[in-house]
Structure formats: C-alpha cells, structure tokens
Design a protein around this ligand. Structure first.
Ligand code: ATP
Ligand code: MG
Length: 450
C-alpha cells in the first residue's frame, strides 16, 4: 500500500518538476490510502459532529504521517475552526486543558482525542492571547486563525498534513508529502526562530528522526547544537513528559545517541553527562537500560518511568555517593544525601513527579540492601514491593560491567530455590562481613525479695 502511495506522490511531484517544494497540494480520496476503517472510532465521532455542526474538521499530525508511512498511529489529533468553548459545548465527555496552549480533550473510555483550534499569526500583542519572552519563546499561543495559518505554525512539514472529513481528501500546505517521500524531517519556516519560539522542537526533531528513521534536513539540523541551551528555558514539568516520550518511542538507544551528538542530553541530565566522562561503566548502565526499554516496547510489555529514570540518573548518583563515602559518610546516609542533592539539581531541568521519584529512590536503596542477605533478611527483601525492579536494576548494573560480586546470580538462584536450598544458600554466606560478633548481654539478676 505504501509503495503504491509513494509512487503516486513521485508522479505528482515529477509533474511539478522545476518548482520548489509544493506550496499547496490536495490529494483526493482516490489518490491516498487512508480509509475511515483505520481511523479511531472516537476520532471519527468528533470529526463528524464538528462537521455536522457547521465547523471545519480535520485529522492532523502524527496520525496522518504514520498512516501514510504504513505505521500504527499513537494517537489521533483533530484540528478545527471551532473555538475550545464551542468544542466543549458539543461534547459532554470533554474538558478544556492548558493555559499556554489551550486545547480540548474529548474522552472515549481510556482514549483521549485532542481537539485543537486553528492557530494564527498574532496581529496585535494582546497578552491575554499571545505572549512571547524577550528571547522569542512563545509563552502563550491562543490566537485563532485559518487552516493555512495553522499549518505554518506546526513544527515539521510531515506533521502538517490534514485529512478533511468533508471529502476525505488530504491537504498539504508545507510540502510535507514530498518530505515524507524523501524521508526528510524539515522544520517549517526559519529554523532558528522556530527553535527560539519553542525549544522543545529540538527534542521533537530527535524523537521523530529516531522513531521514523528519517534524515534531519540540514538547515533544520544545523542550529540545534548551537542553541541546545535554549532548552534550559523550558518549564521543567513540561520536559518530564517530553523526555518520557523520547525514551518510550521504541528507539530509545538511537534517540540517546542523537541527544548526546546534538548536545541536548547534557541540558536534560547534566550530572549523568559529567559522570560519563570519568565512569564509562555508568554510560553502559544507561545504554543497557535503554536497550531493554526498546526490547520491552517491541514485545508490548510495560515500561515503568521510575525504572527508566533510575537508570538515567544513576551515573550522577554514583558520583556524588562516591565523593561522600570518600569523605567518610557511611553507605546508607551517603545514598540518602546523594539522592537528595541529585534530585535538587535535577529539578531545575526536569520535574520528576513524586509518584515516580519515590519508587525510583526505592530501586536505588535496594542496590544497597540486596547484598545484605543474612539471617531472615533475604526472605524479607524478596517480599518488598519493589524487589523485582531492584533485582532487574541489579542485573542491569552487572550486564553493564559493574562489579557486583555475583550478587545477581545469587538472587536469581534464591528466587528459584526451594526452602531447604534457600536456607543452605544463606548459611553458606557465613557471618556478615564487618559485623562484630554480638556480645551476649549478661542476665541481670532478679531482684531478690528478701
Ligand atoms: P506522536 O503523537 O506520534 O508522538 P505527533 O506528531 O502526533 O506525534 P503530538 O505531540 O501528538 O505529535 O502533536 C500533534 C501535532 O501538533 C504535531 O504533529 C504537530 O503538527 C503539532 N505540534 C505538536 N507539538 C508542537 C510544537 N512544539 N510546535 C509546533 N507544532 C507542534
Ligand atoms: Mg499525536
């Protein structure tokens, strides 16, 4: 199907030989492979209701891009000329979200359809609708416009393709079809200005390049290294979601390499970036974790953000811990203090919500607890809710080349062993290292009544 489609595009484009990127192109239904049966039922309902109520309604963005590439879309986004309030009134199951960029979420069971009102060029600087920082960053972008204007305010040409529910045709205002055909990722407009408006677009460039295996067009690629620091202006809470998307794309390892190559990784995880220079094994921990993540996503198994962040931050944590221990802080307090310091620094870059930060720290703590297996401790540890994640993390460290003295193999055996073997395994460990034999307390004499 894809081959037929791309051949069609090539024909169309060759007829336009000699012209620059096509400015506007409309593919009728007969000339593209997107059928309604492949569109999310909820998204279709939204499109039809908007259309019947007299509004324009289009599918836009990743769902069109991915369908044309023969991939399964992650979500379905709708663009319309109805304002958020008008959309809200049409759907009971909806709510308006966002301040910087107001949109409507329409809920269908567990799925959400995002409905966005066409954005336009700000004609006057009314801060209630449009606001930009001195550096050119868009702080608020809620000026409504036409579909043509909307297309040019999107990020990449391949993300600015619209499927019209009125006649099932596809609209291309920015040369996206040609770039899709040539597997090129190209920012719409002047790249530097577009990165200044929203530095997250640099991360999106890397994400799509890795996910789609596209080439980053030169003028889109060039400003990134020089402007990587703009990322420091982005709200840390927004970056948490973006970074998760980067590493949950199924191409986390490739994404990581590109992020480092374009100097973006150091803007997100500065402590890890510094630690890689002196501790190459810690780089391996991150790489193995990302490799596992990709594998799990490929197998459609769940990935927990806490585990991912535990690995991404591990190099920096190790470095601070080692410094503290060298200065005489015992291992457990050193882990606590290192965790606090690292998260304090990290929060200036990425906000890790508590519901993830807490289990992440438990995974770290388990790395100190897992060697302590004497007495009944092994049985207690195995019951801990986070044991499995802690054990997986230990495997990861070992696979990366950290010296864990065969601890992972011991725990693997222990989990599989029967009760008698478990007892034997623990007694073979001998006495806990470094522990002084407990002195028996002399029994106090019973006070005599006499
Ligand atoms: P996917 O959903 O597969 O991650 P997507 O392209 O659909 O990819 P979304 O984050 O769902 O990405 O955004 C939907 C659309 O909104 C994009 O395709 C793009 O047209 C537009 N968009 C999203 N983020 C930006 C941005 N930072 N700047 C400009 N346009 C954006
Ligand atoms: Mg999307």
């Amino acid at each position: 199907m894809l081959k037929g489609f791309t051949r069609f595009i090539s024909d169309k484009l060759s007829r336009k030989a000699g012209t620059e990127a096509p400015q506007q192109q409309i593919l009728p239904r007969s000339d593209h492979p997107i059928s309604r049966s492949e569109i999310h039922e909820g998204a279709l309902k939204v499109l039809y209701r908007l259309h019947k109520s007299g509004y324009e309604a289009y599918l836009v963005g990743g769902c069109i891009r991915d369908r044309l590439l023969g991939k399964k879309p992650k979500d379905f986004d709708v663009a319309t000329n109805a304002t958020p309030e008008e959309v809200r009134h049409l759907f009971r199951n909806s709510r308006i979200i966002g301040r910087r960029f107001r949109i409507v979420h329409v809920r269908f069971g567990r799925d959400i359809i995002e409905v966005t009102t066409f954005r336009g060029q700000a004609k006057t600087e009314n801060p209630a609708h449009h606001k930009q920082s001195d550096e050119g960053m868009l702080l608020r972008d809620n000026v409504w416009g036409s579909i043509e204007e909307d297309a040019l305010r999107r990020d990449f040409t391949i993300n600015a393709l619209y499927y019209n529910i009125a006649d099932f045709s596809i609209y291309d205002f920015a040369g996206g079809l040609k770039d899709l055909e040539n597997r090129q990722l190209r920012l719409i407009g002047d790249p530097e200005t577009r990165y200044r408006e929203d530095p997250v677009r640099m991360l999106r460039a890397i994400r799509f390049m890795a996910k789609l295996d596209f080439e980053l067009e030169e003028t889109t690629a060039t400003p990134i290294r020089e402007h990587a620091e703009l990322l420091l202006q982005v709200a840390p809470a927004r970056l948490f979601d973006e970074v998760l998307k980067l590493f949950l794309s199924g191409q986390a390892l490739t994404t990581f390499h590109w992020l480092r190559e374009f100097h973006l990784f150091e803007m997100l995880f500065p402590a890890s970036h510094e630690a890689f220079k002196t501790n190459p094994t810690s780089l391996q921990v991150v790489e193995r974790a990302l490799e596992n993540t990709d594998k799990r996503i490929g197998d459609e198994r769940p990935v927990t953000p806490a585990f991912l962040y535990a690995a991404l931050l591990w190099p920096g944590l190790l470095q601070i811990r080692e410094d503290l221990e060298k200065r005489g802080t015992p291992p457990f307090p050193a882990m606590q203090q290192a965790g606090n310091r690292l998260l304090q620094r990290q929060s200036q870059h990425i906000t890790i919500p508590k519901r993830f930060a807490f289990p992440m720290r438990e995974i770290w703590d388990l790395q100190l607890k897992l060697p302590k297996r004497h007495g009944k401790q092994a049985w207690h540890l195995i019951q801990e809710p986070r044991f499995r994640a802690g054990y997986d993390f230990l495997l990861l460290r070992e696979a990366a080349g950290e010296n864990t003295q065969g601890l992972a193999a011991w725990w693997t055996d222990f989990q599989e062993a029967d009760e008698a073997t478990r007892q034997e395994m623990v007694s073979k460990l001998g006495k806990p290292k470094g522990k002084k034999p407990r002195r028996r307390r002399s029994r106090s004499k019973k006070p005599s009544n006499t």
